[in-house]
Design a binder for this molecule. Structure first.
Ligand SMILES: Nc1nc2c(ncn2[C@@H]2O[C@H](COP(=O)(O)OP(=O)(O)O)[C@@H](O)[C@H]2O)c(=O)[nH]1
Ligand SMILES: [Mg+2]
Ligand SMILES: [Zn+2]
Length: 340
């Protein structure tokens, strides 16, 4: 590697400090340590690692050395426990999946937050009306990426209790924690605060659902800081381009990630999709055919449960749509092999 000698010369103290990446931007990483926050660059040799994913992302654990100019050098990167990721945006017209040279369908992931303890999926009860289809997608993405979920139904002040539970009650029934909140009226804000305490959390969901307002309700200034940063780094009005971890007074970190509408579903075969629906998975063993797709098959225990009202028709429809999408991708994969 070029330039390593100057990197070495500048090291102040060879003892490494443990740190957490709280912001990642154009090759510079802000690392939180017991001795304070340091803006760091990455040791050149580390750039050989992790070619199929982002080398470093917000939430990664690292060890740094300090340099003379009161900056730092990232010397070691800890293994990622898990990552909240989406497919990397690729230039228009090229699609987000490509063929690798050995004939495999490859996806490149873009890590939004590394090592999250949980993801808080925020939808509004109204204004904007929630897309439960999008919620189901985000839930499957979180299941695939093995990230615990809290569903936050915000703007409860705009609807009746009955309307709110007609929308989100099903998610509590199938086992997801659901918090009903109002950033404006204050309902559920302390419950959300408790849920965040001591953990590394990422807030996701469509824009306008109240994520930033909820953070401000929990800790004054928390969300405002997000907005300041977005003003400084982009011309977009409320778009925080780079998610960063914000420290909670009660301990823990939270990332506000505007506009995340879907998470990547890596390596999910259509036949395996049912495993990521906690309301469907336990029924699968009772289907007549072991390879039942739960779409139109006779003797399907899932379809029967939908007819009996035990599984929500909406959830089943979300499953069918996602399975269909994944089937199309799998077919493309086999076409690729054939052409090769
Ligand atoms: N009525 C009502 N409005 C809210 C609530 N939370 C946020 N809002 C409003 O919804 C809009 C979008 O909020 P914002 O926090 O920027 O949403 P974000 O894009 O998810 O960060 C703003 O006008 C907020 O004042 C709520 O609980 N109730
Ligand atoms: Mg926001
Ligand atoms: Zn079935």
């Amino acid at each position: 590697m070029f330039g390593n000698s100057t990197e070495e010369d500048n090291i102040l103290n060879p003892d490494l400090l443990d740190g957490l990446v709280i912001k990642a931007q154009s090759g510079f990483f802000t690392v939180h340590t017991d001795a304070g926050n340091f803006v760091c660059q990455v040791r050149g040799r580390l750039k050989q690692e992790r070619r199929d994913t982002d080398l470093l992302a917000t939430g990664d654990r690292v060890r740094i050395s300090l340099t003379k100019d009161d900056r730092g050098m990232i010397e070691e990167i800890a293994e990622r426990k898990r990552a909240m990721a989406r497919l990397a945006p690729i230039a228009r017209g090229r699609g987000s999946r490509r063929w690798s040279r050995d004939g495999y369908l490859s996806e490149r992931e873009q890590v939004i937050v590394a090592n999250p303890d949980q993801v808080i999926i925020v939808f509004a009860c109204a204004e904007p009306a929630p897309s439960l289809r999008m919620l189901d997608r985000l839930l499957v993405g979180a299941e695939v990426q093995e990230i615990p979920v809290v569903v936050c139904a915000n703007k409860i002040d705009l609807v009746s209790g009955a309307e709110a539970s007609a929308l989100f009650g099903i998610y509590a029934e199938i086992g997801y924690p659901v918090l009903y909140t109002s950033a404006v009226a204050g309902n559920g804000v302390s419950a959300l605060h408790d849920a965040l305490r001591g953990k590394l959390s990422a807030l996701v969901g469509p824009s306008g659902t109240g994520k930033t307002s909820l953070l401000n309700a929990i800790q004054p200034g928390l969300g405002l800081r997000v907005r300041d940063v977005s003003r400084a780094t982009s011309k977009g009005r409320h778009t925080t381009v780079v998610p960063q971890l914000l420290p909670l007074d009660v301990g823990g970190w939270v990332a506000d990630t505007p506009g995340i509408r879907t998470l990547a579903l890596f390596d999910v075969d259509p036949e395996d999709l049912d495993a990521y629906f906690p309301d469907i998975a336990p029924l699968v063993a009772h289907c007549r055919f072991s390879d039942c797709a739960h779409t139109v098959e006779p003797g399907c225990a899932v379809i029967q449960a939908v007819e009996e009202g035990k599984v929500s028709a909406h959830r089943h429809e979300s499953y069918v749509r996602l399975r269909d999408e994944h089937q199309k991708l799998a077919d493309m994969y086999w076409w690729g092999i054939k052409e090769d």
